[in-house]
Design a protein around this ligand. Structure first.
Ligand SMILES: Nc1ncnc2c1ncn2[C@@H]1O[C@H](COP(=O)(O)OP(=O)(O)OP(=O)(O)O)[C@@H](O)[C@H]1O
Length: 333
């Protein structure tokens, strides 16, 4: 795991903010819109070949972070650098180039595939876009080779998405994401919509492809158990903020942030005796709105150890590559 620290930095995000202007339905057209802080100052580095799990409850900004990395939503502030090159403010052409290196797999496999295209055309689409002069036969050969790689029979190339199961559709999505031989795949809850038995198959496939192709993965999930098997490091998000980031085993065995502690306490333990005797730490209160987040530390309204200083100062994510935490009440590791 330490070897990851010496590897090349693929992606660097610094103080990234994505704020949306919204009208809440109760406002008149002349009233100013409100600001929803979906991502509010996230910084991290992603290294070549590593898998970063991103976890946190619904609405904490995981998907928005992913979409800002790939340029599907516009960052309000901050830096996204791919292989040392800043992407924010760059032309569409620069984003397009970076996008051949960064691909995304979505949560709902069937909905993410065009129902009017056969799977051969779906998988070939990125190749046709990025290599318009590539001969038809070469495209077909590459698509068939990729189908085999993801466990799909190449003779199904002319079938349509509705003829496949959810797990097979996700394999088609993976083949489409991999056809340009990217360096990073962002997986936005790629298994949440699948049956549990199929989930493991898709996660295993991603791990196998990662080893074979030297890929880096950002793996977004609600399910900490899924992230556990696949992640080198894990980022825990709460209300648009990064509250803890570190090597999975460090964060799992020694969670520092009170929010991470609560999340980790809900992960099932495979040992029935320990599972029966463990205490799940329930969080008090409601998740605040990202339109009007608490001052200082955004977790303070639900935090069992918050003090008056937590309302004044916003904590920074401090610590090392192995383990960093954003909490005024916890000493940096
Ligand atoms: N295009 C948009 N316009 C306005 N608000 C948005 C937009 N996209 C996301 N949001 C809001 O930003 C916040 C973060 O949403 P996001 O989808 O990133 O969270 P998430 O952690 O991925 O949630 P989930 O796990 O449910 O997918 C939410 O409050 C969401 O309603």
């Amino acid at each position: 795991m330490n070897a990851v620290a010496e590897k090349k930095v693929l992606l660097e995000i610094a103080d990234l903010k994505v704020h949306f202007d919204i009208k809440d339905g109760k406002q008149w057209f002349w009233q100013p819109s409100k600001t929803l802080k979906a991502v509010d100052g996230v910084s991290l580095r992603l290294y070549e070949g590593e898998t970063l799990g991103v976890v946190g409850e619904s609405g904490c900004g995981k998907s928005t972070l992913a979409r800002a990395i790939i340029g599907l939503v516009k960052a309000t502030e901050g830096r996204v650098a791919w292989l040392g090159r800043d992407l924010i403010g760059q032309s569409d052409e620069e984003w397009r180039k970076a996008r051949s290196d960064i691909q995304m797999i979505f949560q709902d496999p069937l909905a993410s595939l065009n129902p009017r295209m056969n799977i051969g055309d779906i998988i070939a689409e990125p190749l046709r876009t990025y290599h318009p002069t590539m001969p038809r036969q070469e495209i077909k050969d590459r698509v068939k080779a990729m189908m085999m790689k993801v466990g799909l029979l190449p003779n199904l190339i002319n079938r349509y998405p509705h003829e496949f199961s959810g797990g097979q559709c996700q394999r088609i999505g993976i083949a489409r994401a991999l056809i340009l031989e990217p360096k990073l795949i962002i997986c936005d809850e790629p298994v949440s919509a699948l049956d549990v038995s199929i989930q493991a198959q898709v996660v295993n496939l991603l791990q196998q492809l990662q080893r074979e192709m030297g890929l880096s993965l950002i793996f977004i999930a609600h399910d900490l158990a899924v992230v556990k098997h696949i992640s080198d490091r894990v980022l825990v998000m709460y209300l648009g903020h990064a509250v803890e980031l570190g090597i999975y085993s460090e964060v799992y065995n020694n969670p520092q942030h009170p929010y991470t502690r609560a999340l980790m306490s809900a992960v099932p333990i495979p040992d029935p005796d320990r599972e029966q005797n463990k205490t799940i730490q329930l969080l008090e209160g409601e998740l605040p709105s990202p339109i009007n987040p608490p001052s200082g530390c955004v977790f303070r309204t639900r935090c069992p150890i918050a003090g008056p200083e937590c309302a004044q100062t916003r904590p920074l994510l401090e610590g090392s590559f192995r383990h960093a935490v954003s909490c005024l009440k916890v000493d940096p590791l």
